[in-house]
Design a binder for this molecule. Sequence first.
Ligand code: PEP
Length: 250
Amino acid sequence: MEKKYIIAGNWKMNKTHLDAKEFIKDIIPQVNKARSTVYIAVPFTALQTAVEAAKDTNIVIGAQNMHDEENGAFTGEISSSQLKCLDVKFVILGHSERRHIFKEDNAFINRKVIRALKDGLKPILCIGETKEEREKKLTHQILDTQFSEGIKNISNEEAANLTIAYEPVWAIGTGISATSEIAENTHTYIRKLIIKYFDNKIANSMHILYGGSVKPDNVEELMQQENIDGVLVGGAALKVESFAQIVNKA
Ligand code: PEP
């Protein structure tokens, strides 16, 4: 069976629940014939409204983070069961902003991935090197560490619900996307990592998304690459017009 691409938007800390309702109402007719699966990761405060607005459409709503514990004294945090109860389907984990601004490490991210999978949420595990790491030719080493530590103790069966997003930190929000050649080379390496830590079958079925300054004018070339199975979009997912264009061009 042919793999359906995933086009995912990440709104970060943007939009109220009222904005979310408006956005989803406006984008539904523009993406309802998309060949790809459309994901939108909205802020926690907009989850319930977004899930209701997207009901019975091809738009899948997800969260941008969660804690690994089931419940307890973790002021300001959100658990997987709280997300599941809202009918949230996926969660972005290990985004570079969580790693770099909020100092989340691989062990913490791994615990979240395990929890999400156990509780029936599909995690999108983000990995990616900084500019300095790329310049020092450490990209493969960094990706191997972030990947292998992020997926520790995950069975092959659970891995069927895992998606990887390659997001070079130097390309996020900078307007400088990786070239399709750099992205494809790196995705090919990540595909090999999936074989190394799981197996061929899982490597073939697992989606590897590219993220970092994806726009309507570069999405087609990126999506033509053999190992790019979708994109994760920040800035350009905030406007109905640009996100719909990305979805329909992919
Ligand atoms: C992101 O935040 O995941 C991202 C890829 O952002 P942008 O598209 O704005 O670079």
